[in-house]
Design a protein around this ligand. Structure first.
Ligand SMILES: O=C(O)Cc1cc(O)ccc1O
Ligand SMILES: [Fe+2]
Length: 447
């Protein structure tokens, strides 16, 4: 049996890691010895301005067989369905729902993770480093001697179907559905798959993801720091024609080099990819009455410079107990000054048991009304309010953003469920009287 991968645990720690094949590879007491152990090159990867305050300063030191500069010039390549052009599409404020996205058949066309990235919506500016993109990925092949790095921001990857074996400069991570991973700006990675795969990606152009403040919750709860797992150093010394793809200002470029870029023998620092198992999320909710805002389910947040306002929050709806008394328990009807993109990893979503399917998505844009479908309203208004397991065997999530997003041409033209609005149409008026007559307006109804 293949050896299970090992990880280091903790969120944002200052980690140190050496590939066990090269003990002593990590220089001690300094970052740039005149000659590094094993003849390695020292290279810094900066994830924050050099002068960022300590709390947000991010960087790692990589000790590698060859420095990453050793490649031929980057040349533009077709970017497929990746875009950050939010202006040449008409705005669409409708409630939007997408059927599960199709995964191409390998027998028809080989598609790897990069080729299978489709921008579905987004906003902001990769040059000003402010905003976000949301992608659907669908792929049937591994990236073959090819890696990707992103100059525009950080990727949060949410597999929905198929396990991703991700090799990064920092080591390897296996990420399966119900786990997520974050690969930061600049980090090179390769994705191998062993089955047809599909999932979602949130890209934030600003800063990095952090754990939300817990406020009065206290020191523990929600996503606990020790459940975040960072790879251990792993290298391969392989001479091969290798393609390095860079996403830069929303475009793709490729450079050829004569060796595998995963040649980092040791590294240390606080800027490194990580994964997290959503099943470890400690859910907080009401034990008395009313439906709290879904911010109680925030796993990670990428904060803007406005206090408490996120460029994007990653929120999940995990299995939990519903115990609220004299309460309409499902999500309330609402309009939001934030945009809400949702995906479903497995099972169904409580506010819409039909129609929103795993591998599909919804978008409720700024101030676009939404809430439970008619069926859910009827059931939950009349339900016996005994303690009930909510969302058992399901995992839905939301990317919630303070940006008003554009749906791309691809997003507008593929898998859109034009029947979505119908799920609310049966909602009945329960208020007594007939609003078309004057008498009814004068009638004072009883609650
Ligand atoms: O719209 C949605 O389904 C997401 C959502 C869930 C919830 O519990 C409360 C508000 C909200 O926007
Ligand atoms: Fe909502």
């Amino acid at each position: 049996m293949a050896k299970e991968l090992e990880y280091m645990c903790g969120f944002g720690n200052d980690f140190s890691s050496e590939d066990p094949r090269c003990p002593g590879a990590l220089p001690q007491g300094q970052n740039n010895p005149q000659k590094c152990p094993y003849g390695l090159y020292a290279e810094q990867l900066s994830g924050s301005a050099f002068t960022a305050p300590r709390e947000t300063n991010k960087r790692s030191w990589l000790y590698r067989i060859r420095p990453s500069v050793l490649h031929k010039p980057l040349k533009p390549i077709a970017k497929g369905f990746i875009t950050d052009d939010w202006t040449s599409v008409e705005p669409n404020p409708n409630q939007l729902r997408w059927h599960p996205f199709d995964i191409p058949k390998k027998s028809e066309k080989k598609v790897d993770f990069v080729e299978g990235l489709h921008t579905i919506c987004g906003a902001g500016d990769t040059r000003a480093r402010d905003g976000l993109s949301i992608y659907i990925y669908v792929c049937n092949s591994s990236m073959d001697n090819k890696c990707l790095y992103n100059s525009d921001g950080d990727f949060l990857i949410v597999p929905q179907q198929g396990t991703l074996m991700i090799t990064t400069e920092f080591g390897k991570m296996k990420v399966e559905p119900q786990e997520i991973c974050v690969i930061q700006q600049g980090v090179r990675f390769n994705v191998e798959i062993s089955e047809e795969s599909r999932g979602y990606v949130l890209e934030v152009y600003n800063g990095h993801f952090t754990l939300p403040y817990l406020g009065p919750i206290g020191a523990n709860g929600l996503a606990n720091p020790r459940d975040f797992l960072t790879p251990k150093a792993w290298y391969e010394d392989r001479t091969v024609e290798y393609t390095v793809i860079g996403k830069f200002q929303g475009h793709l470029f490729q450079a050829i080099q004569d060796h595998c870029p995963f040649d980092v023998v040791a590294w240390h620092g606080n800027y490194a990819p990580y994964k997290y198992d959503l099943r470890n999320f400690m859910v907080i909710n009401t034990v008395s009455f009313d439906h709290p805002d879904p911010s109680i389910f925030t796993v990670l947040t990428c904060q803007s410079t406005k206090p408490g306002v996120a460029v994007a929050d990653f929120v999940i709806f995990p299995p939990r107990w519903g115990v609220a008394e004299h309460t309409f328990r499902p999500p309330y009807y609402h309009r939001n000054c934030m945009s809400e993109f949702m995906g479903l990893i497995l099972g169904s979503y409580e506010a819409k048991e039909q129609g929103f399917r795993p591998g599909g998505a919804t978008l409720h844009s700024m101030m676009t009304p939404h809430g439970p479908d008619a069926d859910c309203f009827e059931k939950a208004s009349n339900a016996d309010l005994k303690p009930t397991k909510v969302a058992d065997g399901t995992m839905a999530f939301m990317f919630e953003s303070s940006f008003s997003m554009t749906v791309t041409k691809w997003g507008n033209e593929n898998k859109v469920d034009d029947q979505y609005y119908l799920c609310w149409q049966p909602l009945k008026k329960h208020f007594p009287g007939d609003s078309t007559t004057q008498e009814s307006n004068e009638h004072v109804p009883t609650p």
